[in-house]
Write a protein that binds this ligand. Structure first.
Ligand code: G6P
Length: 522
């Protein structure tokens, strides 16, 4: 199974992720067949509709397609393998499903693979997603043990939902399957899957967020179960070496019956071997490059007019989910320091902070959003003039083309997480900086920093003076240095794009997959 010139998976691929790659929205509309002159119709239902289910109305379907990150990157590969993708879905796919397992063929026009949605109850979502995944594992892995909220039943629901996903996988798996789980929502499922699918199938997992030190991991409720679950994988991937090492140290310390080979990065546990690898994820650099090149300047002008940004100010950009790991208040403090120290830049530099509210049912997130909004307001009041605001803050959902236009136009982007497994936004910015005339301030606590290193302008996100000084430096770099730095960054982002990430993953999987099939046939 192979994509045209793209990465090829060594077996039949089953992807498991929490978020689904396509979201179908249904709306009942008056049926045009009963409203218009029949002579106007060509007999086919209008594009994007199912042809009608109720007298006098028909249901129109809109499909949200993947636009970034993992789902967009994996989608073409799964399409080319005719594989299966299992994800949490909202259960609204009632009439597009192809069988009683709630499967739907996607993408809508090509029907290249099967998307199976698991419709989770409200209680399950509250405990598995808002609970154990995002109130325990997320703060734990990001090194915020004080934010862990260990609520009764959350872990049991996490186990139940992992079981549901594992059952779904085993219904689709065969001898040649490659099962590829994504992220921290499924730490227990690998072991369950391993026990129910044929031995020759391969179970792999990529952990997209950091892995903590043993000192932090000891705060994990049910930590032993989490490690045991993950050791059901044949292959376990992290973005960088440090997370691999910290995972192996945790196994060594908290699972005494496991044998850890630090040199070969393998763990022997319960009769099986798990190989642990560092494979840093990239972005679809070519598509960001292409889309940035084709941005419409009028659109950007309209956007600036809407946000009241004066023409000809230099532009800084921040783009994040509203998450306490992203260091947004720290970034705002550095901006305040910058304007304090550099009165000449007032009215000449505008910082656009686009933020996406996230997991708002969790109080910590709600409060974080409020804190960010209040800080922006306070700083703006301090420095604003009649026709200029230092920070333009928006939570608007912007179309992909506007994001690409902002990336291309921004003179400097500030990526300042307190910790981040990778940070794909930094790489998207670089890929879209097609003019090469801009700079990236990048936190040294991100996975992205390990691969982009010193060609970005390194910052310690908690050092207010240091970030303010780097911003000043970025704005005064010579054109030559800006170009040189950005072009080197671009080279790295293009060399390590999402396709090469998948090729590396599949190479590892192939070694294991082919190995286990040879052993079986002997
Ligand atoms: C991180 C995680 C992803 C997750 C994304 C958005 O990048 O690694 O698995 O999908 O955040 O978070 P959400 O909770 O909205 O899916």
């Amino acid at each position: 199974a192979s994509a045209d010139n793209g990465p090829s998976c060594p077996g039949s691929l089953i992807v498991v992720s929490n978020r689904q790659p396509y979201r179908h929205e249904y709306e009942d509309e008056p049926d045009p067949a009963q409203m218009s002159d029949p002579a106007d119709r060509d007999g086919d239902p209008p594009a994007g509709t199912d042809g009608g289910t109720q007298t006098g109305t028909q249901r129109s379907i809109t499909v949200d397609e993947p636009t970034g990150g993992l789902t967009a990157g994996l989608d073409p590969v799964v399409q080319a393998t005719d594989g299966t993708w299992i994800a949490w879905g909202d259960g609204d796919a009632d009439f597009a499903v192809t069988d009683d397992r709630n499967c739907v063929a996607v993408p809508p026009d090509e029907e290249a693979y099967t998307l199976r949605r698991l419709d989770l109850s409200e209680e399950a979502v509250d405990s598995y997603y808002y609970g154990f995944s995002n109130r325990v594992l997320w703060p734990l892995c990001h090194g915020f043990p004080d934010l862990i909220e260990d609520r009764t039943d959350d872990f049991e629901w996490y186990r139940t939902v992992n079981e549901q996903f594992a059952d779904a996988v085993s219904e689709h798996a065969d001898d040649d399957s490659v099962i590829w789980l994504q992220d921290y929502h499924f730490a227990l499922a690998p072991r369950m899957i391993r026990e129910s699918v044929p031995d020759s199938a391969t179970v792999a997992h990529f952990w997209h967020i950091p892995w903590p030190t043993p000192e932090t991991f000891q705060h994990c409720p049910a930590g032993g179960h989490i490690l045991e679950g993950l050791l059901g994988n044949d292959l376990l991937g992290f973005h960088i070496d440090r997370y691999v090492d910290q995972f192996l140290q945790c196994v060594n310390r908290f699972l005494p019956s496991a044998t850890v080979d630090f040199a070969h990065r393998t763990v022997r546990y319960d009769g099986r071997t798990t190989r642990v690898v560092a494979t840093p994820m990239g972005v679809d650099a070519e598509s960001y490059d292409r889309d940035a090149r084709s941005t419409d300047p009028d659109r950007l002008s309209a956007l600036f007019e809407e946000y009241g940004i004066p023409e000809n100010t230099k532009i800084g950009l921040g783009l994040d989910r509203l998450d306490y790991s992203k260091g947004i208040p720290e970034r705002l403090a550095a901006l305040e320091r910058f304007f304090e120290r550099n009165p000449d830049w007032r009215g000449e530099f505008t910082f656009i902070q686009k933020a996406t509210p996230s997991r708002t049912e969790i109080e910590t997130y709600e409060r974080y959003g409020e804190q960010v909004r209040n800080e922006v307001q306070r700083i703006n009041r301090r420095f604003e003039t009649a026709d200029w605001q230092p920070i333009v803050y928006t939570e608007d959902v912007l179309p992909h083309e506007d994001i690409c236009a902002l990336y291309r136009h921004a003179d400097v982007m500030v990526v300042s997480p307190l910790i981040d497994g990778m940070n794909l936004v930094a790489q998207e910015y670089v890929a879209a900086s097609v003019d090469g005339d801009s700079a990236l301030l990048l936190s040294d606590r991100t996975g992205a920093h390990e691969r982009l290193g010193s060609h970005a302008l390194t910052i310690d996100p908690t050092d207010t003076d240091g970030v303010a000084a780097q911003l000043e430096h970025a704005l005064s770099l010579s054109a030559y240095e800006r170009q040189w730095r950005m072009n080197t960054l671009r080279q790295r982002v293009f060399d390590g794009d999402i396709e090469s990430w998948m090729e590396t993953q599949f190479d590892w999987i192939r070694r294991i997959h082919d190995g286990s099939r040879t052993t079986e046939s002997q």
